[in-house]
Design a binder for this molecule. Structure first.
Ligand code: ADP
Length: 477
């Protein structure tokens, strides 16, 4: 049994802004189900949704600040959650990174710097918890200083740093080095310095014993200039200690056989019932209810990363085809507006819902025939896995986790029973349109389409599978 301290800035269902929270809620739970002794450490934000008991554990003093550590539990699990309670930094409305107006907190360096230092105190068993982890598993830049600071300790635990998205690096003006009291030994270009800025993510990339990303393909991509954000050289030097492990999904929450959000539950054996969910989507979006017309969909953040610009470029031509399209998402106001204009132009074929709506996301996954994910890059991606589980065929660009989890439909993959979606290469509207046309052709041959659906639904995207790979990694360290 390993003792693992899991350091993260968000974890579902306590607090979530994106995919990071899904991973950091599920992986610790899956590890604890594999009988590991795991504690998760998280800042005590005002917005935390705590349902379990909460109690005071101890008080730790760092940098002349008294910080309380509280303890609660991750709902529906045996995972202990340590909350870093420092109201001056964390007890405000807003999300972990931005205030109520969406502006980044001005003291983000101080906030996450303090969080990292407390995690180090716990990791070195100086917080009087009588518990020293074997492994400290850090996630994204908010926890990046932990491996760096631990590297200065005598006999520290082994450290793993997981990159969920290289696009976010935690870069701050170099004055932060003094404000945070960063030891001088860490401040150099082979350390935390990045073009005269303090880089939190480099703390993980340089000093962690092992670096993981959330898919094998993304682990390779970030070593190239296109996806490395100037850190590709460093990552290439760490190549021997860098690998990818695909995220799992919550297979109970995303289960078409038991999903309480959807109109009609179904399984691979009762796929014909899926049409009731399709009618439900068409009704909810005010589109003509028609079982014959293929229903395309997209759920997600409306940002360039997700290839929304490609979609917008394709839509006018898509609207000339025999299909319907629904979209749920929010993000870039320019995209929101362009999509709304198109939806107003083609009310019989396309409808959108701007906002965040978890229940509707389930309804769409259950009812749509096709799910679009034309991402420019995608460290792992979750929706393409949810889609496959619901027999909703994903169309994805061949990048990151999309490339690793969706098998293109070709004569040979149909024969061996692995075809589960459509994969296109080039990040262009033309390539996306080609894939859409291929999907329409395949959809018109019901027995092939059904085969693809069954292949997709029989894939194992469970967290147990991923957790076993993490555990093997911990054991190797
Ligand atoms: P990312 O983390 O880059 O946003 P992922 O595909 O890894 O992308 O995860 C996104 C998660 O957020 C998924 O669980 C997805 O269903 C959910 N999601 C995104 N936008 C919305 C929305 N508007 N309504 C409901 N769920 C959403």
């Amino acid at each position: 049994m390993k003792k693992i301290l899991f350091v993260t800035s968000e974890a579902h269902p306590l607090i979530k802004t994106g995919g990071l929270a899904d991973v950091c809620g599920s992986l610790p739970k899956a590890l604890s189900e594999l009988s590991q002794d795991i504690k998760l450490i998280l800042p005590r934000y005002q917005a935390l949704k705590i349902t379990e008991d909460i109690r005071f554990l101890c008080s730790v003093r760092v940098d002349n600040r008294n910080v309380n550590i509280l303890e609660t539990r991750l709902p529906d699990s045996q995972v202990t959650v340590l909350l870093v309670d420092y109201p001056t930094y964390f007890n405000f409305p807003g999300n972990p990174y931005v205030d109520e107006l969406g502006e980044p907190w001005l003291n983000n360096a101080e906030r996450f710097g303090l969080f990292c230092k407390i995690a180090v105190e716990v990791a070195m068993d100086r917080a009087h918890l009588n518990w020293q982890p074997d492994i400290v598993h850090c996630n994204d830049w908010q926890s990046g200083l932990v491996p760096a600071l631990l590297s200065l300790e005598y006999e520290p635990p082994k450290t793993v740093f997981t990159i969920h998205n290289m696009a976010y690096q935690g870069l701050f003006p170099k004055t932060a080095v003094y404000d945070l009291n960063i030891p001088g030994r860490l401040w150099h270009i082979a350390g935390l310095e990045f073009y005269d800025m303090l880089s939190f993510i480099k703390g993980g990339l340089v000093y962690a014993d092992f670096i993981t990303t959330v898919s094998p393909s993304y682990a390779l991509e970030i070593q190239t200039t296109e996806f490395g954000y100037g850190l590709e050289g460093l990552l290439a030097t760490r190549n021997a200690s860098l690998g990818g492990i695909i995220n799992g999904i919550d297979t109970e929450y995303w289960n078409p056989e038991t999903d309480t959000y959807i109109a009609q539950t179904y399984s691979a054996a009762t796929l014909n019932k899926k049409r009731l969910n399709k009618a439900d989507v068409q009704l909810k979006f005010g589109l003509p209810v028609n079982d014959k017309v293929p229903l395309f969909s997209l759920i997600g953040r409306l940002v360039e990363q997700k290839g929304i610009d490609l979609l917008v470029e394709c839509l006018p031509e898509m609207m000339t085809m025999n299909l319907q399209f629904v979209l749920l998402g929010s993000g870039d106001k320019v995209f929101e507006k362009q999509l709304q204009v198109l939806a107003d132009l083609y009310p019989e074929k396309m409808a959108i819902r701007l906002g965040y709506d978890e229940a509707l996301a389930h309804v769409i996954e259950a009812g749509a025939d096709v799910f679009l994910m034309p991402s420019k890059f995608e460290p792992c991606g979750l929706n393409q896995m949810y889609s496959q589980r619901y027999g909703t065929i994903p169309i994805v660009r061949k990048t990151g986790g999309l490339a690793d989890t969706v098998t293109d439909t070709l004569p040979e993959t149909l024969v061996i029973g692995s075809a589960s979606g459509l994969v296109f290469n080039e990040a262009s509207a033309g390539a996306l349109l080609e894939a859409i046309k291929r999907a329409l052709i395949l959809y018109s041959v019901p027995n092939i389409w059904k085969k693809m659906q069954v292949n997709a639904m029989s894939q194992d995207f469970s967290w147990q599978r991923s957790a076993e790979q993490y555990l093997a990694l911990y054991e190797n360290l």
